[in-house]
Design a protein around this ligand. Sequence first.
Ligand code: 1AE
Length: 397
Amino acid sequence: MSEFIKVTYKTVAKDLHKKAESIAVGMTVGSWTDLPLAKQELLAPYLGKVESVHIQQEKDGLQYGTISINYPSNNSTPDIPALLTTVFGKLSMDGRIKLIDISFPPSFLRQFPGPKFGIEGVRSLLGVNGRPLLMSIFKSCLGLPLSDLETQFAAQIEGGVDMVKDDEIFFVDDRAPLNERLQAYNKIIVEAGRPILYAANLTGPVHQLIDKAKYAIENGANCLLLNVLPYGFDILQRLAADPDITVPLMAHPAMAGAYYSAEDYGIASPLLLGTLMRAAGADIILYPSPYGSVALNRADALHVAENIRSDNGVHKTAFPVPSAGIHPGLVPNLYNDFGTDVIVNAGGGIHGHPGGAADGGRAFRAAIDAVISGTSLAEAAQTNQPLARALEKWGGA
Ligand code: 1AE
C-alpha cells in the first residue's frame, strides 16, 4: 500500500486552489478527468492529492501562499534524484514556485541510509563530550608542496582543534597527493596522542568516487569531505549505504546558494541542507551561519540544525556546522543559537590569528571553554593571551 510524501511549496497564482490541483494531477498522472473510467482506476494509486492551500496575501488579482501536495510514495524510488524529479522536476521551471519542505512516511525514509555515525558516533571517535567541537580548514592548500601543508596541519593540531578539513576547492593535489597527505597527517596525529579527524576532499569522476573513498580509507583516511551538490546527492547516499565506507561523511554546501537564495524560486535551505543531506547520509553538515561572511538568515540557519538534530524516529542525528567568517568572538553566538552539539569551524579565523594558526586554535578553545563555563569572553581573555589577541583583531568580547 502506498503512503504519502507531503510536499510544500511557496507560490503565487490567480487561483492557488486551481494551481494546487493542477500540480497534484500534472506531476503525477497527467490529465485525469479526461481519462476513461478504467484508466482512472488503474492510475488512481499514483494520483497526487491536495493536502492544503494557505493563502497568505491577495494583491493585484494574485494569491500568494503555500500549498501542500501528497504524493504517493510509490511514485518515487528511494533516492534523491528520483524524489526531486518527482516532486519538483518540471515544476521548478513553471514560474514563481519554491520547494519549501518534504515530510516522509517512515517506511519511505527508512530506505535512505541516514548518518552512519551521527553526533554520538563522531563524538565517540574523538572522545569529546559536553562541549562544541572545533574544526579548522586548510587555508590555503592549492599549489602548496606537502611539506607546507604538513606544517599547516601541525599548527592546527597544536592549537587544539578536534578536526581539520581540506578546503573544498582542493582538487588539484599533484604536489600533495591524497595517499601522501594521509600518511603525513596521520603521523602528526599519532604524535599528538589524541584522536583527531582529518576530512580529506573526495574528488574525481563521480563514477570513481566509491573506489576512491575505499582507497582513501585503506590509506588511513578517518573522515571524508564531499561537495554534495556539484557531485549529486546520490553519490553521498551510495557512500553512506556502503558497509565498506567506515568513516564519517562531511557534506560541504558548495553551490547551495544557487538553489536556496531566491525568495520565490529554488529549494529552501532547511530542506536542501538539512532534511535531504541527513537522509542521504551526511554525518557532519556545513552550511552558512547567521553571522559570518556568507550568512544565511537566522531562522533558516536554526531550521537546518533542527532538521538534522531532531528525532525523526528513523535516522541518527547529524552535526550542524554553521560556518564562514567565524572567529573566536562569535563563539557565544554559536553556542547561544546552536547549543553544545555543534561544530565550530573556521579557516580565516584560525589562520588569520596574529599569533599564527596554533594561537588561532587556542583562542577558539578558550572561547569554547568560556561559554561552557558561563564566563564572558572578556573575562576569559584576561588569562588567555591568544583569545585576547583574537578579540582585539576581530572583536566580540
Ligand atoms: C559554509 C562553508 C564555509 C567554508 O567552506 C569555508 O571555507 C569557510 O572559511 P572561512 O572560515 O570563512 O575562512
